[in-house]
Design a protein around this ligand. Sequence first.
Ligand SMILES: [Zn+2]
Length: 212
Amino acid sequence: MRPVDKSLFSTNKTTYNPYGSARTDLIDALGGYCNYCERQGFATALEVEHIQDKKTYDLLKNDWSNFLLSCKNCNTCKSTKGIENTFLPDRDNTYEIFTYLESGYIQVDPSLDSPAKEKAQALIDLVRLDRMPNRNGYKGKDTLWQERKSGWEISQRYLCKYKKDDCDVETIKDLVLNGGFWSIWMKAFKDFPEVQKELVASFLGTNKGYFE
Ligand SMILES: [Zn+2]
């Protein structure tokens, strides 16, 4: 999951009323992607997500500091869950904590120890990033796992091309900007710092401090 930093975007606004009016500024700050599942979203399909849920924390309902961008599916899964013991993309290095597998699976990086391991799993559970068929509560209309699988396959295909000098960094960048799943591509190109550097630089609001 891409770690982000909203403070890179400077407006004078700290409150938005109604909160939905923050969407355009959030897209300008963070790019048009779900901050949880990393799908590229049509601007109108992305929602202003309340990090601290707006039912419990009414005072934070219009507060810029409490916003992220989320697709409808992730937002619905998160609902009013608490965030006390979980990693979050706007406060932790969430790039390091997951691995992505061929089948569309996401899992906690096996090298993590407690308590990081539990906090990473809590983030998967928070928005149910592992929602897939035959899992508890999966709704058939949610195609996240198929899209993630497809993103993984395309990243591997272009990794092969890149190794053979069949495509350039610019092409990779365009594919990721257009198709989302930044982390999957970053992991695929882990041995190619020039590609990673370009992906970090070209996605708005990425917390660059973790990649220097
Ligand atoms: Zn999402």
